[in-house]
Design a binder for this molecule. Sequence first.
Ligand code: SF4
Length: 487
Amino acid sequence: MDHLTSETFDANARAALNDAQLRGALKNATSLFGKRRLAAAHSVSNWEDLRSEARRIKDETLLHLDKYLEQFTVNAEEAGAQIHWARDAAEANAIVKEIAQHKQARLVVKSKSMTTEEIHLNSALEAVGVEALETDLGEYIIQLAGETPSHIIAPAIHKTRFQIADLFVEKLGIEPTDDVVMLTATARRVLRQKFAAADIGISGVNFGVAEAGTILILENEGNIRLTTSLPKVHIAVMGIEKVIPRFADLEVFLKLLPRSGTGQHLTSYQSLITGTKRAADGEGPDELHIILLDNGRSKMLAHPTTRQSLACIRCGACLNACPVYQQIGGHAYGSVYPGPIGAVITPQLIGLKKASQLPYASSLCGACREVCPVKIDIPELLLHLRAEITEGSEVRDERSEPVKRKTGERLAFKMWAAVMTRPRLYEFSARVGHLLQGFIKRGNRIGKVGGLIGRLAPPLAAWTGTRDLRPIEAKSFRQQWRSAERS
Ligand code: SF4
């Protein structure tokens, strides 16, 4: 999947639409997640209140992020953790590599972490001769396949069990089988040996509790427990937005996140880690390093509209609800973060110019906003980014020059705005359009159901390529309204 980038979203999406197997796998998985989410949300009587409270906590934290990060740092260090600050991916990777080289590490086991995907940590480690092995089953599968995650919480959502079976036969040399229990047992056997041999465990962080310096990591497979407790060194990579003020706040997020993500009432494991092992613990890492990663988050924080992007708790519900994601899956976005939240985060992380197609990868139907447990207004963010692309005046990322829209497109929208804001001109244009459409329609498949126009000449063919166009009526809506009033 190396060929995919955010710049080629249109082409990627078209290719995905032609992949019937992919669409079948996506349809099954996203509709199942959607139904489970709905049932789990209904199991809580105050679901809407919880969503509002979660957003309030996030807003409060983001407004005072410096204060809470400082508090988190002081308390985590007091408990024995070592805190590192990374301005960008390169700095974060350099810190991990330095620790690995200092420990003469050869093998690193990793738990699923979108933040480490974001900084491309695996390839950075491989470049210095350290093997980085994914231990979440879905991540392990896509690592074997040489792919990137297709979903925030279900990385191998795009694969059928038959494809996974073929992969295991090819890469692990097992006898052919599509028995899911057998396949899982195979992965478990391979991974257990690796856990025992690993020098370092690397994880992400779901929440960092400022008042205690504690990190919380959620999972279902037990691989995070092993990653964070068996190796002698644990490195946790945490986006700076993951901090929350108090333990009490977890009550809200622990109700919302699993229900929104997988439809579970609670994930199977919740690992709360405060500092390194105590004398009485016997087992556990001697060192805990927490890397606090910025990588563009401060820029999102600076603007009142984009700030809400940082409230995301990475549940994946917006992906499952999105009619675009449901059809094309995550790889089409060409980015670590796919779906609606990816369409707003990626352009802010890598620059609008490199991801200028993503804010348009949405019908703005609002399904993402409806399901988001922290009430992020993704359509508002998409429109904000579109405006920045069009105007090119508020592009905050100095890595990205303003994206120039085509002159013809600018002109067309200017004319559109001029007509739509002048009622008389609008009515006149409609009358002219009604007369001229006879020429436009000529030679096309006209006369479909209800007289719809089935095909237009370029550039208007882009519209009729996927939908029919209603012809312009002889009388405008206002004229029809006036006639109706008179009669
Ligand atoms: S934007 Fe909302 S729904 Fe989407 S992943 Fe983030 S928290 Fe979940």
